[in-house]
Design a binder for this molecule. Sequence first.
Ligand code: GDP
Length: 558
Amino acid sequence: DTIPAEGAPVATSGSPEGKSEKGVRAEASRRRTFAVISHPDAGKSTLTEALALHAKVISEAGAVHGKAGRKSTVSDWMEMEKARGISVSSTALQFNYRSTEASADDPVDNVINLVDTPGHSDFSEDTYRVLTAVDAAVMLIDAAKGLEPQTLKLFQVCRHRGIPVITVINKWDRPGQTPLELLDEIQERIGLTPTPLYWPVGIAGDFRGLLRRGEDGAPREYIRFTRTAGGAKIAPEEVMDADAALAKEGSEWETAAEESELLSATGQDHDQELFLGGQTSPVIFASAMLNFGVRQILDTLVELAPPPRAREDVGGTPREVTDPFSAVVFKVQAGMDTAHRDRLAFMRIVSGVFERGIVVTHAQTGKPFTTKYAQTVFGRERSTVESAYPGDVVGLVNATALAPGHTLFFEKKVEFPPIPSFAPEHFSILRAESAGKYKQFRRAVDQLDSEGVVQILRNDLRGDASPVMAAVGPMQFEVVAARMKAEFNVEARMEPLGYALARRTDAESADELNRQRGVEVFTRSDGVMLALVSDKWRLQYIQKELPDLTLEPLVAAA
Ligand code: GDP
């Protein structure tokens, strides 16, 4: 299922198997790597399964169509996750999809990489890291609820990173707002111009089908859906022209056709450049549960979402997709399954061909790194990966040296910019319950710190035995406690620390700051000095009284 390299293999890319530049380019250009951003309950898991149902799942067909049936969700691994019903960890799902528009004489299968994002806002830092690994995002909105807080925050991350966004209005089978109200909300609250590609026929709660919009909003065709029992199968579609649609749906069709023309009158038509520039967003109405509109989402990804492109390194030089292999680690994950109690570092391939077994260089240490244990992960299932291309996500097993933001490369040196860490807002002292376990405790702290599970802060006053954890959300602390116990056999004790915010400072300011009430200076493991402050009024007071002290804001949490 790979496109054969044209002509004799030429080692121009320096890739291990000597795949031609043209071959790598072709592999990259048929790939689409994206994430779904949504508020919990908008239907992300349901949509993920519906997408997998519509596509040929390459890595682990069994994981979707297995005995467990449709409800075996893709991403509920950790005990904690199950207990809380939230998604803590993230993974990537890869499948083949042949777009409806693909011509018969050039039937190229696209390769879709769907990278899962954690649902809970406490893990927004993880979500941010995941979003550094994708080329596009699907913003999933509940038709009844409209834009919700988590959707808004995640959208801001996409905007900040220049990730083009496709909007999917989900649950159209249930009563909700009118389509025009929903579009207004998107336009007004986030300043993104929605440009519907398909328009619903039937109000929310009476989802009959989709009008496919053409030139000036005129209907290109009508796609009528039929329900299947429990939405367990691909919904049959009937495609017809406007006359047939009118005969079939009567006034529902007329309303849809009128509204579609109205949209064109207000300039809400798709424009590829504006979409890629983050100013507009193509819109699709769907019901993930009934599998309505899911094919249209996939077709839109294939037709409009950008394929993997060159990425700039720390010096601003682009690493072209045809350059030798390089990848960015965006997520380190552990304890996903009791059957594999290990650690996976997920990398997104930026350039070249990845072949399992090649020895690459870890840019941060300059050390060689063997990739013998490379896997793709889908839910609980894993399979060995033999080769992969730009846009693909590969998990490396027990790669303890790797942390989010790290670079791996082959032959031609490169280092990508680090992923910024967020401003922590929660702080807690961490101690081993029993002094006898100090060594394990130390090892656990170092490991979790390097993976970016929490930030670890230290100062001379508190010493090494009781470092301070800093996090965006308090649930990160629970992950630390759970993993310390499961992986390192250490019971940890935590004591909340009465600070509410952190500012970057320096050695010159440290002494003076430490003399202030409600302030304590720490050094983070990356060497950055942080002043923790009890509250914003205290901060304002200090900034006013002692304006020469360094107190710089950190990257705000998404
Ligand atoms: P997530 O938290 O975003 O992953 O949301 P889920 O996929 O778990 O869905 C949350 C709830 O909404 C579940 O009860 C789903 O069955 C339901 N749901 C998801 N999509 C649809 C849809 O298109 N229509 C309806 N009626 N319910 C849906």
